[in-house]
Design a protein around this ligand. Structure first.
Ligand code: FAD
Length: 452
């Protein structure tokens, strides 16, 4: 009999299992594929390895073009990149397995399905065995949304998702990406930097999901300059006569790309039968949870993408921490207000807190300032005038409530900005921090000073 059975070994599941194990709970973790989930095996980590390589190539070739570096243009060896990716994944997966071992977790490889839920006892089938526990954490993650009708294109284009893109052994000549959200843009950025002709088709009026519009427009311009063709307000309509038909304001355009990558978002991976037996409320948008990540069954918690909140690995990590604390009797609650959202395109994009549009929609008083990243001497020295910018939003008490930025390094700056917003810092306190010079982070001080 386990204290807790965790179903799903992605960031939500393995982190919850690890933290519970460290608190001396007897924990079983069930994973049907590979420990690490989408994040480690098909998402965050392999994508970042690909993007880093592509950006290095792009930067080197820029310097070759400027004759600052002598020699020929460099290019990608995709098969070696695949090998490198596998080595990185293997190493990190082993690291996770080691930490689970040190926390005393029993790991089962197999699919968990419900056996019964009676008198405070939960039982699951795993590989013909039954495992029992007092409590459970559901962390079954998410899966790609499908686009109806696109499968008909498979006679003339290869229709794939982001996972299959990682398996390319050669970079195709041209690709259409349907969906201009974070994953679509990261995919576009990688492929463009390694020499593929990329078109992005986005149904909404802006790329980048819920980005601040000024930032989304700036990003579209920069990516366009790099050679990525982006069509907003444009939808996949149908397949006809060996062509894809896209529609925009009643006008149609046709294309027959070598590949089509469908990247229109992800949906929670729900096992309805399991949740019904457990008495857990859910919808197609995810498992319903309270601020402590507890479901409608007081002995069942849920974390990660399956809850349908901000589908990010660090949301899952934080929910896992809240669950471990709650089960240990510590009062812990989730706050989704300042979770950093980063697009690791080249250049990167960061968004924390409210956007200008959020403030207008909610009728909140705000002031906003935007500056080009060239205000940072280091940024200018390394990237030149690439169109990158940063934007700060403050409220009537002059506290920082939003920060948005385009520029490589945005991911590393996110932590400092998150602390400022989470701690409701006023701009005078933000100005009072000593910013090492030269750093990209100096833009934060410049923005705070722009309000005075
Ligand atoms: P998952 O990682 O999906 O793990 C769920 C696990 O549960 C899976 O391993 C699955 O096999 C297992 N499972 C499901 N059902 C069962 C069952 N019945 N029995 C046993 N096992 C089961 N997020 C970021 O924060 N930063 C990024 O840069 C980033 N980049 C991304 C890039 C891509 C291409 C993609 C697709 C996603 C990216 N994400 C990123 C999102 C991130 O990967 C997810 O938010 C994160 O993996 C969610 O963790 P999770 O534990 O909820 O689910």
């Amino acid at each position: 009999m386990f204290d807790v059975i965790v179903i799903g070994g992605g960031p939500g599941g393995y982190r919850a299992a690890y933290l519970l194990g460290r608190k001396n709970f007897k924990v079983a973790l069930v994973e049907e594929e590979n420990i690490g989930g989408v994040c480690l095996n098909q998402g965050c980590i392999p994508f970042k390895s690909y993007l880093h390589t592509a950006r290095t190539i792009q930067e080197a070739n820029c310097l070759v073009k400027e004759n600052v570096i002598a020699g020929n243009a460099v290019s990608l060896s995709q098969s070696l990149l695949c090998e490198k990716r596998e080595a990185i994944i293997k190493g990190l997966r082993q690291g996770v397995m080691n930490s689970l071992k040190t926390a005393g977790i029993t790991v089962y490889k197999g699919t968990a399905s419900i056996a019964e839920c009676n008198d405070g006892m939960l039982a699951f089938h795993v590989n013909g065995e039954i495992i029992k526990g007092k409590k459970a954490v559901i962390a079954t993650g998410s899966e790609e949304k499908q686009l109806q009708g696109i499968e008909d294109a498979s006679t003339f284009s290869r229709v794939i998702g982001s996972r299959e893109m990682l398996e390319f052994t050669e970079i195709p000549d041209n690709i259409d990406i349907i969906g201009g959200g974070a994953i679509g843009l990261e995919t576009a950025s990688f492929l463009c930097d390694v020499g593929c002709k990329v078109t992005v088709i986005e149904a909404g009026s802006h790329i980048g999901g819920g980005l601040d519009q000024e930032i989304a427009d700036g990003l579209k311009k920069i990516l366009g300059k790099k050679g990525i063709q982006i069509f907003t307000d444009t939808k996949f309509a149908r397949v006809k006569d060996q062509t894809l038909i896209y529609e925009s304001s009643g006008n149609e355009q046709t294309k027959s790309p070598e590949y089509v990558i469908v990247s229109i978002g992800r949906k929670p991976r729900i096992d309805g039968k399991m949740l019904d037996v457990l008495g857990v409320k859910y919808s197609i948008d995810g498992i319903e949870i309270d601020d402590s990540c507890r479901t409608s069954n007081e002995n069942v918690y849920a974390c990660g993408d399956v809850t349908g909140k901000l589908m990010l690995a660090h949301t899952a990590y934080q929910q896992a921490r809240v669950i471990a604390d709650s089960m240990a009797g510590i009062d812990a609650k989730m706050n989704y207000d300042h979770i950093p959202r980063i697009i690791y395109s080249n250049p990167e994009v960061l968004s924390i807190g409210v956007s200008e549009e959020d403030c207008k929609k909610r009728g909140i008083y705000f002031e906003a300032r935007t500056l080009p990243m060239t205000y940072s001497g280091k940024y200018f020295a390394e990237n030149g005038k690439d169109g990158a910018k940063a934007k700060m939003i403050i409220n009537e008490e002059k506290r920082m409530v939003g920060f948005h930025m385009i520029g490589n390094c945005a991911s590393e700056i996110s932590l400092a900005v998150e602390m400022m917003i989470a701690n409701h810092m006023r701009i005078d306190s933000v100005q009072n921090i000593i910013y090492p010079h030269p750093t990209y982070g100096e833009i934060i001080c410049d923005l705070a000073e722009a309000f005075s």
